[in-house]
Design a protein around this ligand. Structure first.
Ligand code: ATP
Ligand code: MG
Length: 581
């Protein structure tokens, strides 16, 4: 029998055998040795404005992995300070994806929006200390006053308002007295700072918008730079890991946590390089655009670099963990080849996926000396790399399906497959055959390939030990198979750097990234697998049953569209591997 290969992901444990230390671990070791912190507490802080992608996986696994390694804690925190872009749907998908990857936040699920009241108090604190002021300049004027890298900024005419006036205005901002955009709260730091981020950054803005958790309670919302560091501090985070673009924000991070007096707990921000992969984009904004403009079928389109898309494509959590482990963390930006991600998947599936045969571009093969109506059964290994995975049975008869490309009426040089009076070929696991001819329709298209089999080659090996010169071919019993839809994928972007300067990523899309094949032939037992898979409650949250179709690649059932009545498979990855040593 074909086994149902899907297992709940929680059965997979995290392999986290780091051999050499990365630079963050070196820093953590130092902090622990110097007594700066006595524990390690990390967090993953997604903004719930889209689905997670493989870049986020790097961050999740890094943060979770460090907490686990040092016996510390790991929080999941939704950084939900922008009411207009955030939705509950995203929160749920993020939870599902982090869990699927193996990240465990236990009961520590937090929301920046839970801190809105506290954050407001801290803002008042800053005002009372003369370290924040309400500014009436427009967003455009603020930008203008900020100056440039070569020119210092200018102070706003509202910068020196009294504490009383600032408090009054800020309270009225909160009470809804002003429309969007007319006033902001800014930190009073240094308009001449060489770091533009420190030139009186905005802390609060007015937004009359409903928030997915706090509803209409608030009409002022704190900015990232104010919220993030204080959320870290409130949660007792020790090491706040973020991507490189926040390096210039670090002085502000430190300024905020050191100037707000309760509670004075200072996490340390450490930056690392984001993950980039060629032939793809890694920004939620761009991914959302692909979804909204219907250039893909959804966030979980199997061509998307989202975790739900990769899962639907057939990527296992383990393959992504291995990938992230191997690419490591560094301080300098790097782009990884898509082929390396595929390599990690192949490696995993090679060890776990059950081998079956399927014909993607079928043409009939008739074994003319095999009696009509006769049938026999062969037992084949489920996975030659692992005998413990057992065997399953396939049937053989006079009428079979083979790949169209495995027959040529006129052979090309070095062609070792079927052609009239060509070499003896092996039907995998069954018999040796020799092509005798073909049948064509009135247009000259081959409709049937004819062959004779050697009855003394049961199992596929000749009784006399003669050398088989032709290829080994996969096949399916025409009297015991089912039709299936098979979806083949290529890079979503044909350009290796769709994110590159002076490029519109939408111009870089690959028009041939999806190929749908109908009428492919698969073993009949697949219907039982599909039926079992149908009974799974949350199909999109787990990996669908996955197989190796011999010679054509690794395939999984589509977790949305595959049913027992209409089998649909996605090719996860082909068999060819350019990364194999
Ligand atoms: P995007 O640009 O895709 O919207 P983001 O950084 O705005 O990404 P967040 O939801 O704010 O998305 O990210 C949550 C965490 O994931 C942050 O700590 C961020 O640094 C990290 N992260 C995002 N993209 C990557 C990436 N490509 N590689 C590594 N970490 C990433
Ligand atoms: Mg962000």
């Amino acid at each position: 029998m074909i086994k149902n290969s899907f297992k709940p992901e929680e059965e997979q444990v995290m392999e986290n055998e780091v051999v050499s230390k990365n630079f963050i671990e070196t820093e953590i070791d130092k902090d622990l040795a110097e007594g700066v912190y006595d524990t390690v507490h990390t967090r993953f802080p997604p903004e719930p404005n889209g689905y997670l992608h493989i870049g986020h996986a790097k961050s999740i696994l890094l943060n979770y992995g460090l907490a686990k390694k040092y016996g510390g804690k790991f929080n999941l925190r939704f950084d939900d300070t922008n009411p207009t872009k955030e939705e509950t749907e995203y929160v749920e998908s993020i939870r599902e994806d982090v869990r699927w990857l193996g990240g465990d936040w236990q009961d520590r699920e937090f929301y920046a929006s839970n801190y809105f009241e506290k954050l407001y108090e801290y803002a008042e604190q800053l005002i009372k200390m003369g370290k924040a002021y309400v500014d009436d300049l427009s967003a455009e004027e603020i930008r203008e006053y900020r100056g440039t890298l070569t020119e210092p900024g200018r102070e706003s005419p509202y910068r020196n308002r009294s504490v009383e006036e600032n408090l009054d205005l800020f309270r009225r901002m909160r009470a809804g007295a002003f429309p969007d955009g007319v006033r902001v709260l800014r930190a009073k730091i240094d308009m001449a700072s060489p770091n533009l981020v420190m030139r009186d950054p905005t802390l609060y803005r007015i937004r009359h918008a409903e928030h997915h958790r706090t509803g209409n309670v608030w009409c002022i919302y704190p900015m990232y730079d104010f919220t993030h560091c204080l959320s870290d501090s409130l949660e007792g985070i020790t090491h706040s890991l973020c991507s490189l673009e926040y390096e210039i924000h670090r002085p502000l991070y430190d300024w905020v946590v050191s100037n707000v007096s309760i509670p004075y707990y200072k996490p340390r921000q450490i930056e690392f390089a984001r993950l980039g992969i060629d032939h793809t984009v890694m920004s939620k904004r761009k991914l959302r655009q692909l979804v909204e403009e219907k250039l893909v079928s959804g966030w979980d389109d199997p061509r998307m670099p989202t975790l739900c898309g990769l899962r639907r494509r057939g990527y296992t959590a383990r393959s992504i963990r291995n990938f992230c482990e191997r690419i490591g963390v560094a301080k300098s930006p790097n782009t990884v080849e898509y082929g390396f991600l595929e390599h990690c998947l192949r490696e995993d599936l090679n060890a776990t996926a059950q081998r079956t045969m399927a014909v993607l571009h079928p043409v009939k093969l008739t074994v003319t000396n095999y009696p009509e109506g006769q049938s026999e059964t062969f037992t084949v290994e489920n996975n030659p790399t692992d005998p413990t995975q057992g065997t399953h049975e396939i049937t053989f008869g006079r009428h079979l399906w083979i790949e169209t490309e495995d027959f040529l009426e006129m052979p090309i040089p070095k062609y070792k497959r079927l052609y009239p009076d060509g070499p003896e070929c092996r039907l995998k696991g069954a018999y040796l055959i020799r092509c005798t001819g073909c049948v064509k329709d009135e247009n000259g298209h081959v409709t049937e390939v004819l062959c004779e089999y050697d009855p003394n080659s049961r199992g596929g090996d000749p009784a006399d030990g003669r050398k088989v010169k032709g290829a080994t071919l996969h096949w399916v019993d025409a009297d015991n198979c089912l039709d299936a839809e098979v979806r083949l994928y290529d890079n979503l972007f044909s350009d290796p750097q769709p994110d590159g300067p002076d490029k519109n990523f939408l111009d870089c899309l690959n028009p041939d990234s999806l190929m749908v094949l109908e009428g492919c032939k698969v073993e009949r037992a697949m219907v039982d697998v599909a039926r079992d898979f149908d009974r799974v409650e949350n199909r999109t949250g787990i990996n669908a049953p996955t197989f190796q179709f011999m010679r054509t690649g690794y395939f999984c059932m589509d977790n949305r569209d595959c049913t027992a009545d209409h089998l649909v498979f996605n090719r996860s990855v082909s068999l060819k591997d350019s990364f194999k040593k």
